[in-house]
Ligand binder design. Structure first.
Ligand code: PMP
Length: 415
């Protein structure tokens, strides 16, 4: 008999949480939805939807500019959201929290300003073999522009970083290390504390792509002593089009501005422009006001449930999913990391992941197939893609059981 752990962590009332997410009540092809594509995006609780509606119905107005009442309310709510998010990641100062479009935008921002402010020809940037394209391509573009060199920490067959190789890559030429906290394609939780400690021992700053971490585990930027982190609102139960760049004040103060425009300036003349203080220096133009306020509501919702409770619950859920999927004949996991979070990638026999994905969809099970924007990972395993099931705080045991039944049925038809 398969060992079935008790996954009902007492601190989390999953049935109650599920009722907060209207989309989870939807049916697909007449079947109750099993939503297991949370690494791509999460569903939104009613409180976020209400917050967006309240903004547009009652105080839609531009921020930081108007003296009138609506603009003041919008500005207060926008800044209140920044405070909530700063508290959530334990930033020492709320001006270290910059609103961006998302993880991709945040990484592009840092790659760009590092390129212009720090990097010289021959300098090196370190990423890892399991990065999402958005933590590869911005650095490649910058390295090409500046004549710098991109170095890659290799991984092993389990989908874990080879830390001894990382140690060897760090050198006097390294200017920044940028790695995923959690891999979106494999679910690997990387040893970020060790990565940061080794880089800092050489005075090298570290950026973490926390797109797949911040919704699954407590993340304290001061405890980690990380220099920059990036994450997306839409993967954290918030709206699309909004995300966060956290950066230590010492760094953001001395790096050059990114985009030019309204709000990011102190004074402008044709001879010279002076730049605004943080966080406005990095928020040129009208921001996604409703998105920021909506993300604040999402983070507050997560805080009320407790990220540590979500973490404990999901750890058991992932373990349960691994155990149950192991019972499927011919299934092999892609990546077998010791510590996994949020996502499980697999293949069954020689069945193409797209074929499996389509038949799962017809059974109401939404998973993702393909390269998950991590083509180098697929190349490493010599596969065209994987089937990825990914979880959120509302995923329950029944979702996993229905996934396993659906995979067995689909594989039976495709064999
Ligand atoms: N990094 C990782 C690890 C991701 O999973 C994703 C989204 N799949 C991104 C970056 C990019 O996020 P976004 O598209 O929200 O900018």
């Amino acid at each position: 008999m398969q060992h079935v752990p008790d996954i009902a962590a007492p601190a989390l009332d999953i049935d109650k949480i599920r009722k907060d997410f209207p989309l989870l009540q939807e049916k697909v092809y007449g079947k109750p939805l099993v939503y297991l594509d949370n690494s791509a995006t999460t569903q939104k609780p009613q409180v976020v939807l209400d917050t967006l509606e309240r903004y547009y119905k009652h105080y839609n107005s531009n921020v930081h500019r108007g003296v009138h009442h609506l603009s003041q309310v919008a500005s207060e709510e926008y800044e209140a959201a920044r405070h909530i998010i700063a508290g959530f990641i334990n930033a020492a100062h709320s001006e270290e929290v910059i609103f961006t479009k998302g993880t991709t935008d945040s990484i592009n921002l840092i790659a760009n300003v590092f390129g212009r402010g720090v990097i010289k020809p021959g300098d090196e940037v370190i990423v890892s073999a399991m990065e999402h394209h958005s933590n590869i391509v911005p650095w490649q573009i910058m390295c090409e522009d500046r004549g710098a060199v991109l170095k890659v920490i290799p991984m092993d067959e389990n989908g874990e970083l080879m830390m001894s190789e990382y140690t060897k890559l760090l050198s006097d030429k390294t200017r920044i290390v940028s790695v995923a906290y959690v891999s979106n394609s494999l679910g690997t939780v990387n040893p970020v504390r060790e990565i940061i400690a080794q880089a800092h021992a050489r005075n090298i700053p570290v950026m973490l792509d926390a797109a797949q971490a911040v919704q699954h585990m407590p993340l304290d930027v001061q405890e980690l002593d990380v220099d920059f982190i990036a994450f997306s609102g839409h993967k954290l139960y918030g709206p699309t089009g909004i995300g966060i760049l956290y950066g230590k004040r010492e760094w953001l103060d001395k790096l050059p501005p990114y985009q030019g425009g309204g709000d990011m300036i102190k004074t402008v003349t044709f001879a010279k422009t002076t730049y605004n203080v943080l966080p406005f220096k990095y928020e040129a133009g009208t921001p996604d006001i409703s998105g920021a306020i909506g993300l604040g509501a999402a983070v507050k919702y997560v805080q009320e449930i407790g990220i540590e409770h979500i973490h404990a619950y999901e750890e058991q859920l992932v373990q349960y999913a691994v155990e149950q999927l192991s019972t499927v004949e011919g299934l092999r996991f892609i990546g077998n990391p010791k510590h996994r979070s949020g996502a499980i990638s697999f293949l069954v026999d020689t069945i193409h992941p797209y074929d499996l994905g389509e038949l799962l969809d017809k059974q109401g099970v939404a998973i993702r197939t393909g390269h998950h924007c991590a083509e180098p990972v697929m190349d490493f395993f010599c596969i065209p893609g994987t089937v990825r099931a990914s979880f959120g705080m509302y995923t329950n045991k029944e979702d996993i059981d229905r996934l396993v039944v659906a995979v067995n049925r689909a594989a039976g038809m495709l064999r």
